[in-house]
Design a protein around this ligand. Sequence first.
Ligand code: ZN
Length: 183
Amino acid sequence: MFGGASWINARSLSVWSVGRLLRHGLAACYSLRAMDGELEFMQLALEEGRGAALAGEVPVGAVLVRAGEVIARSGNRTIRDCDPTAHAEIVVLREGARKIGNYRLIGTTLYVTIEPCSMCAGAIIQARVPRVVYGCDDPKGGAVRSCFEILTHPRLNHQVEVTSGVLSNECAALIQAFFAERR
Ligand code: ZN
């Protein structure tokens, strides 16, 4: 179990920062396990992804959370809205900013079922989202680590904490089933 201060630290640690800690010999203090709340938020994102699939959209879902509360949730809406920018992440960033009345989404965590693309990663940086949790990698377009490393690029003045692999099997199965059906 964690004590008070280390509990808070563990909550905000990304898998990658744990990797850095490992190299510095401090890993024994921290856990790689996702927190229960994280699994619930990712389940909500999966629900949004499934809803998008039913609407004929690429099944990606996103949930924006602040202070433990969901402030926006959506699936991809590009076809429905005839809007090439209406990826799930962009939709929740817009709605979240409107709701809190600030284009800087300080104190939020974005949950998304698949590794964000370069457009969404750019928007996450613009919104100053401090933390992103995603499910499965996207080897064909992921801009967190697969194709580009936008969220953690050292030349940018905003760095995002990233946790990947949360419910990754479910997230990957959702998108794979969608594309298998279309082949
Ligand atoms: Zn995107």
